[in-house]
Design a protein around this ligand. Sequence first.
Ligand SMILES: Cc1ncc(COP(=O)(O)O)c(C=O)c1O
Length: 391
Amino acid sequence: MVTSNPALAQLGGYPLASLQDLANELRADGRPLHDFSIGDPDEPTPASIRQALVDAVGPVSRYPTAAGQPALRAAVAGWFARRHGVEVDPTVHVVPSAGSKEAVFHLPLAVLDAHGPRRGVLWGDPGYPVYGRGALFAGGVSDPVTLTAQGGWRLDLGALPTERLAAACMVWINYPHNPTGATVDLGWYREQVAIAREHDLLLASDECYQEIWFDVPAPSVLEACDGDMTGVLAFVSLSKRSGMTGYRSGAIVGDPELIARLKLLRPNIGTASPDFVQAASITAWDDQTHVDERRAIFGAKRDVVLGFFDEAGIEVSGSDASFYVWFRAPGGDDAAYAEALLLERIVASPGRAFGPAGTGWMRLALVPTVEGCQAAVVRWREAISSGRLPS
Ligand SMILES: Cc1ncc(COP(=O)(O)O)c(C=O)c1O
């Protein structure tokens, strides 16, 4: 038999698979299902972006380059300057990605020495599972750090023992945070940058929800660098910002020495976005109006859900930004509550699907339309008042 990569056996099943199977069974009867489970909203991609893609499809197809079109890197740099007040040089600070996911997965290949003493990759639990999986496939050790409601779901490097920091080569941070929607401020970023540098850790900041904020614009870690990006990378994406999950487009921005390594590594992988996607991405980065419109739509959905939770006495935590609402499972058991909600034709994710520290919590992704959210709330309220759901 052909040998197998042991990392595959360590993955376990896909955490939300059984819930999705059940949801698909329910969907088959044709009646409406209120699906808040997957972070892929229903709003269309703006017409100007779609048109830019169509216009860029030429008669001859060529391989895209991993370094990306200079105009795309310039568009990312322009957006960083306008949105964050951070000057980045498109020739040395930026490399495009085919969305954040592959970039997150592949990053350890550029920094992790699988035979060295610092094989750990730190990341927050609950969190996006790809941080740990990228570490495993690169021959490293996934080292999740427990996050708590009391700690604001923030990963504080200063609270970790020195030995744990010394055994790691990098740390993932992700604010606004999936799954909790928690946010951080510039002061927190400054502290983490300082601690990471003191311990020679790469600080990788996954900022794909950065444009979905409600009260205060979410900062970037690069704002905390004051022009010196040594040891720091920000991962940005058009998926959530511009409704482009299917296009696969983002960028990695930061430390020029690390970007140079990624420019060496990434041509070997073959993940560059096609040139027509890069053209559409330039249009997307150059425009902020559609982003403001999308934010207003998510804000309206969030108001519907938060208003209902307030009325129903359901405890909300985090949920300051992103399109996720994170709440304590009434009755205490997130898996049981997710099943009970399914019987009401409402699909929500049990917090344990994002790591053990999510147990007892639930995540709603604000995927349905505003009207869809209102309809779900009517059903949910009725189920509580009839005693079918615990309050
Ligand atoms: C925290 C986090 N990082 C990265 C991604 C991947 O996003 P992209 O579509 O840019 O690959 C997701 C997708 O849901 C996410 O939740």
